[in-house]
Design a protein around this ligand. Sequence first.
Ligand code: BMA
Length: 321
Amino acid sequence: MTEFAELFNRHPHNPILTARDLPYPANTVFNAGATIIDGETLLLMRVEDRRGHSHLTAARSSDGVGDWRIDAQPTFTGDPDRYPEEIWGVEDPRITWLEEPKHYAIAYTAFSVGGPLVSLATTTDFRKFQRLGPVMPPDDKDAALFPVQFNGRWAMLHRPVPAASGTGAHIWLSWSPDLKHWGDHHILLRARRGGWWDANKIGLSPPPLRTEEGWLILYHGVRVNASGAIYRLGLALLDLDMPTKIISRSDEWVFEPERDYELFGDVDKVVFPCGWTQLDGEVRIYYGAADSRIALASAKVADLLEYMKATAGRMRRDDIA
Ligand code: BMA
């Protein structure tokens, strides 16, 4: 990266939220879904308790940076009596405002005995939730809905892990008439191979963001080397009317663990956004840093689209193989 080196600006107050900010004891707070509700920023934070199980807790702020008002108790916890797949907790929520039924849909990871899987819930206020239950069998995670239907069907991005090792973990797109029954599964974005930063394993980060040029996708790529895994972020752009069509994909990562709070934690070298908000031409990316805390970076949407234009058409043959 040269002229685009500063696409994202880290907030000077980073990390903006840590476990010490919670009104109850916990190990870590990270990977938060994000939205704007009643003029305020709401984060649905993943909180890992001191057993190692995760739940979700809401934090609200009028400026989206500080003075967070955090629910006194966990907001959304696993309910293994009614939903046995939530026995080891709920993780990594992605929030989408559905324009037609006018409510929020939350795609989250349920940690079942059989592995992680995708579950959905809906809410209007982040106080009461309605579960739709599990929608994808394990192993599957990193899911989010699009806010609108396409030809009468909902679309969801998610990341199943194939049983055949060595074939790669890719981002898939699936369809549903009712949010409950999913099918017509296609691989959308493939993990690259060999020496690429996003070889072998990729996953969606925040939900798709509607822009003038297409659906903007921020995804994580996992590079495993002798010292472990590095979680970095890249961009892709999908056609607005037909999200199965990829307009462009960045060759280079656009954001990577760099600061101490991203490099060191329960899991080193991880930047992992599950939510972003859009205001006045700017996106604010809320990301888990080293699986231990929440940080904030911002970018101008116009800069991201300009960057995508500059990289369009440069997709390598092995992206699409
Ligand atoms: C992924 C998810 C994330 C986590 C990341 C790095 O597979 O489980 O919750 O932040 O690994 O540990």
